[in-house]
Design a protein around this ligand. Structure first.
Ligand code: HPA
Ligand code: ZN
Length: 345
């Protein structure tokens, strides 16, 4: 069976893929938010799904984060974290995700008195259980960059007893005034502890290019989250290409926090041979899981089915799995493409 002439939603949904930029707290769907609010006796100020959705008006990263953090108050027990991650992983499986490297924000919970252990154990239990439905999942612990480097360092030390449950560390939240060098010492220590390193370089920030250069040359990250402003500097594009550094783009999220999906930038980087990948970021807030993101960027940039297959291959190439599993997933993509039969007319 030849490839379809267009990368349809049906084709991209079944395409085996890895999701590498996904905030577990950003998968909190309105119905689960309401259920947990009731169970834990938390007044979130809304009582219907429509009321919750009416608060989802974002014009930039800052206005998104202002809605995102207060909602986390509903997450209190280990079981709450398990349920949140389990619900995401079921949706991911239905989106063709075979491997997920999932961000979580411990400081957003420990700052409210939730034990670190409840967060990491609940999430890890869900990650382990996802093997039953064909997803292998890992955790990446993010530091909140608008908090101090000392707070990040304390969080890093709190993670040490759970090091075997965490694959790497990342950096998220508000980039404005919080450049990567603020966390250089924390990331050096994380590297010494054996963690893989990634950092957000959000879209269209003041100093985006300087921050991308710093994460590559000073911090020495293994991957960059978002980072598509790199197209402004061909020398940095050449550097990520030569070093095989992956970028995790999130088109639907981009269209909420800026006025553009950045599809042209994704297409350019893909055609330049950079390991650019497609991901969903905070799907409960932006309304698109990973297959929707593939379909949206393909339609906007006019990507061919072959190019979409390369995006899926990039997701495993840029992932932090061992070489045997990587080869097995890449072969699974080839088999899918060979055997693909459209299920839609
Ligand atoms: N950028 C920064 N912080 C975040 C994001 C993001 O894309 N998603 C959730 N927290
Ligand atoms: Zn993100």
């Amino acid at each position: 069976m030849p490839l379809p002439t267009q990368p349809t939603l049906d084709f991209v949904t079944g395409l085996p893929k890895a999701e590498l930029h996904l905030h577990l707290e950003g998968t909190l769907e309105p119905d689960l938010k309401l259920r947990l609010a009731e169970r834990n006796g938390v007044d979130i100020g809304q009582s219907t799904v429509e009321d919750v959705q009416a608060t989802y008006r974002f014009t930039d990263l800052t206005s998104f984060l202002a809605v995102y953090y207060p909602a986390m108050d509903v997450l209190q027990t280990e079981d709450d974290f398990f349920e949140l991650a389990h619900a995401y992983l079921l949706r991911a499986a239905a989106n063709g995700v075979k491997h997920a490297e999932m961000f979580f924000d411990p400081q957003a919970h420990t700052a409210r008195g939730v034990p670190f252990e409840a967060v990491v154990k609940g999430y890890h239990r869900a990650a382990a259980a996802a093997a039953d439905f064909g997803v292998d999942a890992d955790l990446i612990m993010c530091f909140l960059r608008d908090l101090s480097a000392e707070s990040a360092a304390e969080t890093l030390e709190a993670s040490v007893p759970f090091k075997d449950l965490i694959l790497g560390v990342g950096l998220d939240s508000d980039e404005r005034g919080n450049p990567p060098e603020k966390f250089a010492g924390v990331f050096a220590r994380a590297r010494d502890l054996g963690y893989r390193l990634t950092m957000h370089c959000d879209i269209d920030q003041v100093g985006s290019i300087d921050n991308i250069r710093t994460v590559l040359e000073t911090i020495g990250v293994d991957r960059i989250d978002h980072g598509t402003n790199i197209v402004e500097d061909p020398a940095l594009v050449a550097e990520v290409k030569a070093r095989g550094i992956g970028l995790t783009s999130c088109p639907v999220s981009n269209s909420f926090v800026t006025d553009d999906m950045k599809a042209a930038e994704v297409a350019q980087l893909l055609r330049d041979g950079v390991k650019i990948t497609i991901n969903s970021d905070d799907p409960a807030y932006f309304g698109g899981y990973v297959a929707d993101n593939y379909a949206a960027v393909a339609a906007k940039a006019g990507l061919t089915p072959e190019e979409v297959v390369t995006l899926a291959k990039n997701s495993f190439e840029a992932s932090w799995i061992d070489e045997d599993r990587r080869a097995a997933y890449l072969a699974e993509i080839d088999r899918y493409v060979e055997q693909y039969e459209p299920t839609e007319a």
